[in-house]
Design a binder for this molecule. Structure first.
Ligand code: SIN
Length: 310
């Protein structure tokens, strides 16, 4: 019988599938739905220091092959998510959940990190360095010098498991340069990838979302090849102690299988979760197990990172 159990750092999970930050994770109601699904865990919406309403509506649009969004980090603020996670730490002490957060300045990032440190939260934290949708704020992880500076400062005091959510990179030299920076730090994981930033979807003669005159992050089937390339490029380059979470274009068990083949230890589902609801986790798990059974793989370790080259 095949198993989709996995681990990230010291944490074990019954299933390697979970949500991507931004989908089904805004508040307790949505997060409780995640808990009761087949997903192995959840990650919260990326929290900022203060609650945010996000960008004007409409700010999300489904297309046949995926979606475009410019949400602008609507969230209930770090205190809300920490309070809920601490409650779960008592209520479901055998399970682990991820906190995602993002600062709109390096000062805010440090305030957030210190809040997590002081809170007693024992789970993994994901620092989102890649949101493309806040007007005037660049995707931080495209600026490797600032990213290195922030990580150096953070790791001076933050001694808990920490990962980073990355934007997609598109150039082999950028994979090399980014990996060289990340390898300097005791990161638990990197998450590849956030949406491909600043695409445009057009319906008749008009854009389909309001913020930024229609520019927004692209997710879904469009981005699977880019996501796989990023997962594999970092799997090849990062210290083995830094695990990869694969995100982007996971619609089927085959897509999840390919992410794992490229080196992912955990798979996040965003667009398909938005479109299908939490049932997506049982369907994709079933499809993934079917592929594993056909191939005679019992665990993810049997094929993780074992992509074949011609
Ligand atoms: C958003 O809230 O705009 C999406 C978050 C992200 O892409 O990091």
């Amino acid at each position: 019988m095949s198993s989709t159990k996995t681990h990230v750092g010291k944490y074990e999970f019954e299933n390697c599938l979970m949500n991507a930050a931004g989908v089904c994770c805004y508040d307790r109601n949505e997060l409780e739905k995640m808990i009761h699904s087949e997903a192995g865990t959840f990650v919260t919406k990326s929290a900022t220091l203060n609650p945010r309403e996000g960008n004007p509506q409409p700010r999300y649009y489904d297309t046949e092959l995926g979606c475009i969004n410019s949400m602008g980090l609507p969230n209930l603020g770090i205190d809300y998510y920490l309070e809920y996670l601490l409650e779960l730490q008592e209520r479901l002490s055998e399970r682990t959940f991820f906190l995602s957060m993002t600062g709109l300045s390096s000062e805010e990032i440090h305030i957030l990190m210190k809040k997590v440190l002081d809170s007693g939260f024992k789970g993994p934290t994901e620092l989102n360095l890649s949101c493309p949708n806040v007007p005037g704020k660049p995707q931080l992880a495209y600026d490797l010098q600032t990213t290195e500076q922030i990580l150096s400062e953070v790791f001076e005091y933050f001694d808990r498991p920490l990962g980073i959510k990355l934007p997609p990179y598109f150039d082999i030299v950028h994979f090399d340069q980014a990996a060289a920076v990340f390898n300097k730090f005791p990161l638990t994981f990197v998450n590849c990838v956030n949406s491909i930033g600043n695409g445009l979807v057009i319906n008749d003669e008009s854009v389909v979302i309001k913020p930024k005159n229609g520019f927004g992050g692209i997710g879904g089937q469009y981005i699977k090849p880019t996501a796989l390339a990023n997962v594999h490029a970092f799997y090849q380059r990062l210290n083995p102690s830094i695990q990869i979470i694969g995100t982007g274009g996971v619609l089927t068990g085959r897509d999840a299988f390919e992410h794992i083949l490229c080196g992912a230890s955990m798979i996040q589902i965003g667009t398909s979760l938005e479109k299908e609801g939490t049932e997506v986790f049982s369907r994709v798990t079933h499809e993934l197990k079917e592929i594993m059974d056909e191939k005679g793989y019992k665990t993810l370790e049997d094929f993780k990172g074992k992509l074949k080259y011609l």
